[in-house]
Design a protein around this ligand. Structure first.
Ligand code: GDP
Ligand code: IMO
Ligand code: MG
Length: 425
């Protein structure tokens, strides 16, 4: 038995869902351990495209349990929309469970996210406006609601007596928005309780105990560079997408983790604000976006694109605890004559060259990328299924990345479909 964690090794959208989906085939139990419906995960199986936000992508296989874990934040209406769409596509949700300790995103969290984004001026993060930051803020401030609270009238009433006066003061006095009456929130909570009811795991400890010997796959969202502690703070999300986050958000300890698979695109993308040293604001960047269809699943926003940044990725390997890499979207370079890897940063103020990631992101504007250039392969690799059959130049690119990152690239993805995957021995 090897329990694996799948994490994003860049700024999200690396193709985690595709990798989770193919690894889920070999797992018994899949746990999504952090984030909320800010995530947009795409799986293509048998020419059908499935879009996930909170439901683990392992749900596409029958007879497996899929838990939306304690470290997640759940917006009830978005969750309902997601499961309704999956049901319409014929997906069997029998194995879906929700931790009774997961946090609930309330309407005032979404209002706060929108307000903060609109009034932050230069401090704008470019969030997904799904209320993620405010929900985690309330959790940390110990004024959040847990799924289990929705089913206990007395606790809910007591909690709302503390939460609502605080929330209403902020909503009306700071944001200039309408206040919520307690009756209105209680009615909403009744509605939410109905939405979650078929899935809530009230006997959480028993459930986790009974499944501790399963082959477990921990599914992360976002990516190391969006981690609240290790990412490009403050231009990050509000949870811990790093491998260690799996131990925090799932209910199982770090000793349960055997492998951390860091998913990375053959280039880099980012949505929202924040530094991005290898960003290409030119025709090449536009070309990567067009060929790679780099537009957000959750918000539809065009993704910023750039060459592979091995400086941040080496950092992500370390902070994320990555033991193996799944390299995705290599096929996007099929028509490129040249491909670049950023192997170091040059500080334009001091002339100093470093291969170590500068953790003060406010200095990133003073760094320029130093590239190694590799010839492209100028052929279609989307039908290749064996590593040895990849063109020589594609293998050279992969080998060089492995050498720099100091971890094996064990999976190479050459298209969105499940089948378009190369497993390395
Ligand atoms: P996630 O959030 O990390 O799960 O990634 P997203 O689903 O947001 O974005 C990845 C996109 O790339 C999706 O549209 C996938 O279907 C697609 N994709 C995944 N792997 C590959 C690949 O190897 N090649 C190509 N061309 N597309 C891929
Ligand atoms: P998946 O799981 C890419 C980004 C947002 C913004 C920042 C904070 O599909 O990889 P938030 O709404 O979380 O407060 O936004 O994080 N972001 C993502 N970018 N993929 C994601 O998820 C993301 N989830 C959040 O664009 O910059
Ligand atoms: Mg995504």
């Amino acid at each position: 038995m090897t329990n694996k964690v799948v994490i994003g090794a860049q700024w999200g959208d690396e193709g985690k869902a595709k990798i989770t989906d193919i690894l889920a085939n070999r797992a018994d139990f899949i746990i999504r351990y952090q984030g909320g419906c800010n995530a947009g995960h795409t799986v293509v199986a048998d020419d059908v495209t499935y879009k996930f936000h909170l439901v683990p992508s392992g749900i596409l296989y029958k007879n497996k349990f899929c838990l939306i874990g304690t470290g997640t934040v759940i917006h009830p209406e978005s969750f309902k929309a997601e499961i309704d769409e999956l049901k319409q596509q014929g997906v069997d949700l029998t194995g879906l469970k929700i931790s009774s300790l997961a946090s609930v995103t309330m309407p005032y969290h979404i209002e706060a996210d929108g307000y903060n984004e609109e009034h932050a001026g230069k401090g704008k993060i470019g969030t997904t406006k799904k209320g993620i930051g405010p929900t985690y803020t309330d959790k940390a401030a110990r004024i959040g609601l847990k799924i289990q609270d929705l089913y206990d009238e007395e606790t809910l009433s007591e909690k709302l007596d503390v939460i609502l006066p605080l929330k209403n003061k902020i909503l009306s006095k700071v944001y200039g928005l309408d206040e919520y009456s307690k009756d209105c929130i209680i009615d909403l909570c009744k509605k939410y309780a109905e939405i979650f009811k078929p899935y809530v795991c009230f006997d959480l400890q028993k459930f986790l105990y009974e499944h501790k010997n399963d082959n477990i796959l921990f599914e992360g969202a976002q990516g190391v560079m969006l981690d609240i502690d290790w990412g490009t703070y403050p231009f990050v999300t509000s949870s811990n997408p790093i491998g260690g986050g799996a131990a925090v958000g799932s209910g199982y300890g770090p000793k349960m983790i055997d492998d951390v698979i860091g998913v990375a695109k053959a280039y880099v993308t980012r949505v929202g604000e924040g530094p991005f040293v290898t960003e290409l604001n030119d025709e090449t960047g536009k070309h990567i976006r067009d060929v790679g269809h780099e537009f957000g699943v959750t918000t539809g926003r065009p993704r910023r694109c750039g060459w592979f940044d091995a400086v941040t990725m080496r950092y992500a390997v370390q902070a994320g605890g990555i033991t193996q890499v799944a390299l995705t979207k290599l096929d996007v370079f099929d028509t490129f004559k040249e491909i670049k890897i950023c192997t170091a940063y040059k500080n334009i103020r001091t002339g100093e060259i470093t291969k170590y990631y500068p953790t003060d992101v406010y200095t990133h504007k003073y760094f320029e990328p130093i590239y190694e250039t590799y010839p492209g392969w100028c052929s279609d690799i989307s039908k290749v299924r064996e590593y040895d059959k990849l063109p020589k130049n594609a293998k050279k690119y992969i080998s060089r990345l492995e050498e720099i990152l100091e971890v094996p690239i064990s999976i190479v993805s050459v298209g969105p479909d499940r089948e378009q995957t190369i497993w390395r021995k």
